[in-house]
Design a protein around this ligand. Structure first.
Ligand code: ZN
Length: 84
C-alpha cells in the first residue's frame, strides 16, 4: 500500500492496516528507525488520571506526579481502565 505524506508530514494509516492491528482514533503509535525505513507499532499507553500525562501501561507509578497506577482489562481485553 502506498500513501502520500502531506505538507504537515502526516500520513494516513490505511484502513485495512488499522483494522488488522485494532488501531482506532485517539490511539498512539510509536515510530522506530530501522535500516531500510520506519517501523510503526501501536503504542499501548494510557493517561494518568490525575495529571493526564502519557504513561505506559506497564508503569506502576506516574513519572510526572507519582500517582500509583493500576490497570485492569475487561473481558475482551481491548479496553483498559484505571482503578484507584
Ligand atoms: Zn500523573
Amino acid at each position: 500500500m502506498i500513501r502520500k505524506i502531506d505538507n504537515l508530514g502526516r500520513v494516513v494509516i490505511p484502513k485495512e492496516i488499522r483494522k488488522q492491528h485494532s488501531m482506532r482514533e485517539g490511539d498512539t503509535v510509536k515510530f522506530f528507525n530501522v535500516s531500510n525505513g520506519v517501523f510503526v507499532t501501536k503504542f499501548e499507553s494510557l493517561f494518568c488520571p490525575i495529571c493526564e500525562s502519557l504513561v505506559r501501561s506497564t508503569d506502576k507509578y506516574c513519572s510526572e506526579c507519582g500517582t500509583k497506577l493500576t490497570s485492569e482489562q475487561d473481558e475482551n481485553g481491548e479496553e483498559e481502565k484505571w482503578v484507584k
